[in-house]
Design a protein around this ligand. Structure first.
Ligand code: SF4
Ligand code: SF4
Length: 73
């Protein structure tokens, strides 16, 4: 299910604690990738913690690395 891009959901996003969330993404304050476009930063895969995010179960998400692959369909 597509995740709505809301302030409430942004508050729940835990991308900021993810090992793959690098300085470029922090500088641009990027997150909530499951609802938004993928990041324009260069990202090295160091793990994805989306599975631990409350939105993951709330919206029945199935993928990972939304910052690289883009939003859930
Ligand atoms: S599922 Fe992942 S990208 Fe989506 S809000 Fe949670 S941590 Fe962020
Ligand atoms: S989408 Fe996944 S890999 Fe990308 S920053 Fe968020 S938790 Fe980390």
């Amino acid at each position: 299910m597509k995740v709505p891009d809301t302030q409430e959901n942004l508050m729940k996003c835990i991308c900021g604690s993810c090992p793959s969330h690098n300085q470029c993404m922090k500088d641009k304050m990027q997150g909530l990738f499951c609802a938004r476009e993928k990041s324009d930063c260069e990202i090295e895969k160091k793990g994805c913690i989306c599975g631990q995010c409350p939105l993951f179960s709330e919206y029945g998400l199935e993928n990972l690395y939304y910052c690289i692959n883009g939003a859930e369909e």
